[in-house]
Design a protein around this ligand. Structure first.
Ligand code: 5CU
Length: 365
């Protein structure tokens, strides 16, 4: 990577804090951690599509998933100055309603404390107690202001159980807008397993991760657009994982389908005041650069703008299959895409590598 004084910021990087790992070890339903004899190695099983009797059941889980010093080692190895860490999927989606408030407080405090161990190097996206209901969620959002290192929240696509176009989420979106906490939107559930066909187990995690994740994000954000969330909460800021799934590529088609929809017209939803998909991409949406190719990154840049792209790694996911202590190809590919699309050492590439994140997330101590 380029030698530069401008910081490199990783905004897509996960942890499972030690207390969350202990919870996962106590479970036998997704999400869980256990070994599968004869092997004694622990495996993390989180995705609906990976809980199958095959070698693709989960993934090995080592200290890089929960030990914050490993995160910093990884940052140093890959020339990353600052990381904005987030609890990895499936967050607290599965926590019983009665336990949600305490679970979120515990995790957010723990993550905030971990950040405090490395001043100036670690910030975080908090986790919301979604299963706890509106009041509990709003209370946690307001508490987040007192946590020094929190710069936004990470959110999956289910919301309160009915997706992100649920009108009951509007007060939550307003609270996040007013607290100036951007939402980092991240997939987890993919698409129904039936779409992967009878031979899905032969293909490891490729179909759910390469296709299910991006489609899930695209569908979630499109439903928000169709529900008029960005007209009703005009300053809401969303950072979309994996360069928006397929949103940059499909934005034109989505916009055209909206403009040609007789039902939307009859409902009076096409008139003045509607924000187009393109306007939303340039006003409310930021895209991470976790897309692993110049082709995808160019689409993201064209859709949202050079000032709205943010570098990420997805650590600790996608380690090399061998030689874990080496430089990770998954990270280098994202660096190379930025240099290929925006040049090395240019103002635009420095912005994508860190400047945009510092500005949008106010990454100063
Ligand atoms: O490899 C995976 O399953 C994942 C995951 O679950 N979450 C993520 O952020 N990246 C990869």
């Amino acid at each position: 990577m380029a030698a530069t004084k401008s910081p490199v910021v990783d905004i897509h990087t996960h942890v499972y804090p030690p207390s969350y790992i202990e919870l996962l070890k106590s479970r036998d339903k997704i999400p869980y951690i256990r070994s599968f004899p004869p092997s004694s190695a622990l495996r993390l099983v989180i995705l609906p599509a990976e809980d199958t009797e095959s070698t693709s059941r989960g993934r090995p889980v080592g200290a890089e998933y929960y030990d914050i010093s490993k995160k910093v080692e990884f940052m140093d190895r890959h020339s990353i100055d600052i990381s904005v860490i987030s609890l990895a999927n499936p967050w607290l989606d599965w926590v019983p309603a009665a336990d949600a408030a305490e679970a979120a407080r515990g995790i957010n405090d723990e993550v905030n404390e971990e950040c405090g161990k490395y001043p100036g190097r670690l910030f975080a996206f908090a986790t919301l107690p979604l299963s706890g209901g509106k009041n509990v969620i709003e209370k946690e959002i307001s508490r987040l202001k007192s946590l020094k290192h929190m710069r936004g929240i990470i959110l999956g696509t289910t919301g309160l159980g009915k997706g992100l176009d649920d009108p009951d989420l509007l007060p939550i979106f307003r609270a996040l807008q007013d607290a100036k906490l951007p939402i980092f939107l991240h997939p987890h559930y993919g698409l129904p397993s039936s779409v992967w066909g009878e031979r899905a187990n032969d293909y490891g995690h490729v179909l759910p991760l390469a296709l299910g994740f991006p489609m899930e994000t695209t569908i979630a954000i499109t439903r928000m657009i169709l529900a008029g969330v960005f007209e009703k909460v005009p300053e809401l800021e969303m950072i979309l994982a994996h360069s928006g799934g397929t949103l940059p590529f499909l934005a034109g088609r989505i916009e055209s389908c909206i403009e040609h929809d007789a039902h939307l017209k009859a409902e009076g939803k096409l008139g003045k005041g509607r924000k187009t998909v393109w306007e939303i991409l340039k006003k409310n949406i930021y895209l991470d650069a976790v897309v692993y190719s110049e082709v995808g990154l160019n689409a993201a840049i064209q859709a949202s703008g050079k000032d709205r792209i943010m570098f990420g790694t997805d650590h600790p996911f996608f380690p090399p299959l061998e030689g874990e202590n080496e430089t990770w190809a998954s990270v280098e590919t994202n660096y190379e895409a930025i240099f290929g699309s925006l040049g090395s050492g240019t103002e635009e590439s420095l912005a994508a590598l860190g400047g945009n994140a510092v500005r949008v997330l106010n990454l100063v101590v």
